[in-house]
Design a protein around this ligand. Structure first.
Ligand code: MN
Length: 390
């Protein structure tokens, strides 16, 4: 937790801000809240306030007691506060170590508590993540606390999480291993006549047997013409001989997720579909080879896109090549067209080019990779890439 607070400290210095506010409500802000504090409740506010450390002399004459909730380094002390409601009194104490906890009541709303903290700690400039906190939440807060300047720093909370530490990578690898094991067990069970829904259900069951704590996102099983929709919903359609089946799924493991896609063939596959699959396979291989720290997301995207264009499938590759993953399925960095920031060591990205031909079908292959100085480490390893035909 200390290293995470350290990242917050850097943001405050960089933004010349007095505090960082993480608003968690209505399904938004929870992942960042859990990552920064350990608190898993669905409604809260975190405030990380910057405070100059007093010298011992100043301290002796000040009336405040030494704070229990502080993280100090480099002359700047960060005080961490968590505001939540009565449902979470015991849970917040247990989970959010090092945070001073406030419980809201009818007499004292979260906004009022926030206001008094702003006054007490002389907070005038507070940063929040505009891509996470809703406009209406900020509107309410700014109306009530007019003396404070609230500034949106888009994606700041995801930036904090972009570089994964060793423990995070260990958990992501575990999630990846579960994914691979479940998929390998599924393969021999697939047969022509099974429906997409049946496949998804069975796969999710196998994931749970292998250690998954739940799906990371709704499982995609898209067969035949349905494969032309990159984010197809599972249907009651039966898989048939001669079809490609795209399976995109992920598990949750101790707060971290996996995301993997494979495309397999049923029965005898025609030459056009085979060519399409082979182009995707090669594009994905080239993308994975290119992926390492110091390379931009745009570069990896270009490698995959250029190859598919060369093979005549360019216009059928209709999404970006990949995205970061971690505690959420879509995190930074983005692996897409025009992303020209160099990716750091420890970023975890997916590489997932695909081809989708309307009324024909589609293919996608996806692996998650941890970027290193020299290359990358695959989180989903051990499944042959040549077209598996069942
Ligand atoms: Mn993905």
């Amino acid at each position: 937790m200390q290293s995470r607070i350290e990242k917050v400290r850097k943001i405050l210095i960089q933004e010349k801000a007095d505090a960082l506010l993480v608003w968690n409500g209505e399904g938004s802000g929870q992942p960042a809240t859990a990552w920064l504090s350990g608190f898993s409740g669905t409604s809260s506010a975190l405030l990380f306030a910057r405070e100059k450390i007093l010298s011992m002399g100043e301290f002796a004459t000040s009336f405040s007691r030494p704070p229990a909730t502080s993280f100090r380094k480099g002359g700047i002390r960060i005080r961490a506060f968590l505001i939540t409601d009565g449902r979470y009194t015991a849970q917040s104490k247990k989970e959010a170590n090092g945070f001073k906890i406030f419980i809201t009541s009818r007499e004292r709303t979260a906004t009022q508590i926030l206001e008094s903290l702003c006054k007490q700690y002389h907070l005038h400039r507070i940063v929040f993540d505009g891509s996470v906190t809703s406009y209406s939440a900020i509107e309410d807060i700014t109306k009530a606390i007019s003396a404070v300047n609230f500034l949106s720093r888009k994606r700041v909370l995801q930036e904090l999480r972009m570089v994964k530490d060793t423990e995070e990578i260990r958990l992501l690898k575990k999630a990846g291993d579960i994914t691979v094991r479940a998929f390998m067990r599924l393969l021999p069970e697939l047969y022509s006549g099974m429906t997409e829904k049946e496949i998804a259900q069975r796969l999710e069951m196998l994931c749970i047997e292998e250690g998954s704590e739940g799906v990371a996102f709704p499982t995609i099983v898209a067969s035949g013409k349905n494969g032309a929709f990159p984010h197809a919903r599972v249907t009651d359609k039966e898989i048939k001989n001669g079809e490609l089946v795209t399976i995109d799924f992920g598990v949750r493991y101790k707060g971290y997720v996996s995301d993997m896609t494979r495309t397999v063939g049923i029965g005898k596959i025609g030459s056009r579909l085979k060519r399409m699959y082979e182009a995707v396979r090669k594009a994905q291989e080239l993308g994975c080879k290119k992926a390492k720290a110091g390379v931009t997301g745009g570069k990896i995207d270009a490698v995959c896109r250029n190859y598919l264009e060369k093979k005549g499938f360019g216009k059928y590759f209709t999404h970006s090549t990949g995205h970061g993953i971690g505690i959420e399925v879509h995190e930074l960095p983005l692996v897409s067209f025009r992303q020209n920031t160099k990716m750091p060591v420890g970023a975890v990205i997916t590489c997932e080019p695909g081809v989708y031909i309307p009324n024909v079908g589609g293919a996608r292959i996806e692996d998650a990779l941890v970027l290193t100085k020299r290359g990358n480490l695959k989180l989903t390893e051990g499944i042959p890439k040549e077209l598996i035909v069942l």
